[in-house]
Design a protein around this ligand. Structure first.
Ligand SMILES: Nc1nc2c(c(=O)[nH]1)N[C@H]1C(S)=C(S)[C@@H](COP(=O)(O)O)O[C@H]1N2
Ligand SMILES: [Mo]
Length: 215
């Protein structure tokens, strides 16, 4: 496989889906890699919940326990997956609860502009509220028809196809509505606050004024 910087593009000639590979990315072949910081959390069904906190419309937290979350309406999306370490996986299929459903059921206050997505062990990523409203954004429980495996985020991960994959936490436990943007785990450690793969927004030094809170 052509590694970035090797000067040899061994993927050339295999006609990857035209126009679907963001700049600087290469196609992932074979196994779906596992990539994360820290250990894989153990799922504890009795204490698992999904919480919506922060600037909610009614000022209250919303909580779904595991069974309740599993009863929410689901959608299926087929979407591409772009890791900032340069691999792209095309046409992954996901099933789960759409971002819109969460926002409908537990709406934000009118002055909420951003969201922190929280995961186990304090991993987080920050998004604009409208990021969650896109049709292909899903809190996924299943990949290619099977439940997520523990290392890929079981029981829940956020799939956000229009952003680099670090913006979509595995082992999600909730969202927090924010009235001003606040950097998440990687966004305060040198990664771009927006993280749009099509604009190759990898690192925070590439940010333009207004892309994110001061570092
Ligand atoms: N909780 C958590 N979620 C995470 C990460 C992490 O370190 N912790 N890494 C992100 C990164 S950088 C990528 S590329 C994807 C990798 O998902 P995968 O291991 O299922 O391929 O998970 C994202 N979600
Ligand atoms: Mo990544």
């Amino acid at each position: 496989m052509g590694q970035p910087g090797s000067g040899v593009d061994t993927d050339a000639g295999t006609a990857p889906a035209d126009g679907r590979l963001p700049p600087g990315q290469r196609m992932q072949r074979g196994e779906w890699p596992v990539l994360h910081y820290g250990p894989v959390p153990r799922f504890k069904p009795a204490s698992w919940d999904f919480r919506v906190t922060g600037a909610t419309a009614d000022g209250e937290e919303a909580i779904w326990f595991h069974e309740e979350f599993g009863a929410l309406p689901t959608v299926e999306v087929v979407a591409d997956f772009h890791c900032v370490t340069k691999f792209t996986m095309l046409d992954a299929s996901w099933r789960g609860v759409s971002g819109r459903t969460i926002l409908d059921l537990a709406p934000p206050a009118p002055d909420a502009t951003h969201v922190t997505v929280w995961a186990e062990y304090g991993y987080s990523s920050n998004l604009r509220l409208e990021d969650l409203l896109r049709e292909d954004v899903v809190f996924a429980t299943h990949h290619d028809g099977a439940p997520l495996t523990p290392e890929h985020g079981f029981p829940l991960r956020l799939i956000l196809p229009h952003r680099y994959a670090w913006k979509g936490p595995k082992w999600v436990r909730g969202i927090e509505y924010l009235t001003e943007d606040r950097r998440g785990f990687w966004e305060e450690r040198g990664y771009h606050n927006i993280g749009d793969p099509w604009r190759e927004q990898r690192y925070s030094y590439q940010e333009d004024p207004g892309d994110g809170p001061p570092l």
